[in-house]
Design a protein around this ligand. Sequence first.
Ligand code: F6P
Length: 598
Amino acid sequence: MDDLKSCYELSLPVTEKCNAISRDIDRANGKQMVQILRRCDAEIFEKKINDDSFQQTLYSSSVIQTMVDVAKRVEMILRDPEESLIVLSGCGTSGRIAFLLVTSFNEMLKAQNQKQICLYIIAGGDRALLTSQEAPEDDPALGALTLDKVCAGKKRVLFIGISCGMSAPFVAGQLDFCLKHLDVFTPVLLGFNPVHMARSEPMQNCSFHFKDVAERMTAEQRQKKAFVLNPVLGAEAISGSSRMKGGSATKIILETILLAGHESAFRGKITMPECITARITTNEMVYETTYSHSDELAALIHKAGESLQMKAHVYYIGWHTLGVIGLTDASECIPTYGADFDDIRGFINNGFSEMKNKEGDLSSLGPQFVIGHKDFVDTILPTLSQNDMILFLFSVNDDLHEVTALADQVRRRTSNLHAIAHDLEKLTVPKRVCNMFKTVLHLTWSFTSEEVNSFVMRQRWELSTKWCLNAISTGAHVLKGKVYMNYMIDLRVTNSKLYRRAINILQRFTGCAKSECERALLRAIYSTDDLSEDMTSADVWKHTDAANRRDQVVPTALVMIQCGCTLAEARHHLDCHPVIRDAVSACFSSSKNKSTVD
Ligand code: F6P
């Protein structure tokens, strides 16, 4: 059985594998969790992954050279912006990072009286910035159509399609569209698997799959007509959760490319591999500095875990782009941990006018879209309890009067108020401000005079805050018992990638054949012990549509297989163990006892 499990693990792409470093994260306390996450994130900057010298990593010369080549395309577009565009596109976190980078880069261009030529696309539109919209990810035609629309009339487009797992059909459709129009488009694929591990499953109404597209891109790269940027970062700390390392590396790589292109276009600095390497090293320093505050980080994980365990809430109150980082982290908890939208929630100063998203104010769409500080004061503050954790995210450059005034209001209701605060060696956040918070993760940064007041500084604060919040929200859900080993076992099976992941998880834990695992999953999805022909022969998209309306499908299927029981018995077992980790452990120990007796 163990052989079966390890064969199956070997067949997975890197981004879906189980990371040996975090295998026991579900049994770790806050301090141990920080160390585990620190080691997993260190792999982003490793020169060799698992001693495998064939896998290219972020620092590999081939990766750096591709970054140089893409930066040169950015430079060309910035020099001649008429009828040109740079488009960044992705699904889920990849789309949210695209949004953050594009809005920041456009702001920088605007401040320098340059044309704002960057555009983002996120599968599912702007509502996907704040909520989980998983189904559009499966639609390659929708991806192509959206791209075609935004690029109408342009003569030159640099298109960067982000799919950490090299799997999203939405992005594959866009890259295929670009490959058919290479006279206008230069496509770039950003992901974190070797090309041979790109997804090779059929896609909705489509004659090609992701791997086909990746291979065609590789072929075009020889003539520099397309580029594949795919360093390997090692597996995620929570298996498959590409919001973590994948999201951070996306931010590091694309910011580096955009800034290098900008410096060449407007400051005459020729982009050399050494400049790219130096920028990556600076981000490595951000990583070191952030994780050097491990005690405060562990304390914040512990506090957030306590709040979630008591069914209370965690609220991130952020300023400017740190607010965007908070909103992004909070929104990811819904699909990743099956969390309610108000378990962890983000708020930003000035709400949508600060976001600068394409579709403007979305607050009329429902409570999930109510994101301003004023909304927090009006709707959350009056009901706040001591069990709710409030985390402020700000820097010394933000309006500290506003920060203290809001902190004062919160303190009148609860002392469970904490902060992540960034400042500079020569310009620190005053002590009286820090003293308002119970825990302050206070990061003081040193910058060269050239960097201060630049966008670079803000980008580093964002990355550092992302690492902290990823650790806090992951740690809190682990403490709540949502994770078994390092698998998020109660995932929502809302698209084809997640459907495959669900089957993989079942295979991983039961050692059973794929067909048996899929049958159990379908029984849980369609809520029956007797699957009809219609059910078993339906498309994956029908299954995911049905799964969207069901809770605990993977745990139910797991218990059914492991205990050889009916759907009703499996549900009863889960009802008796509200914490998923306990339910799964109990199921494994009862089936072990049974087989010993047998
Ligand atoms: O389908 C959900 C999801 O896994 C998100 O959590 C993730 O951010 C998104 O897909 C995109 O994944 P990728 O970057 O691998 O295409």
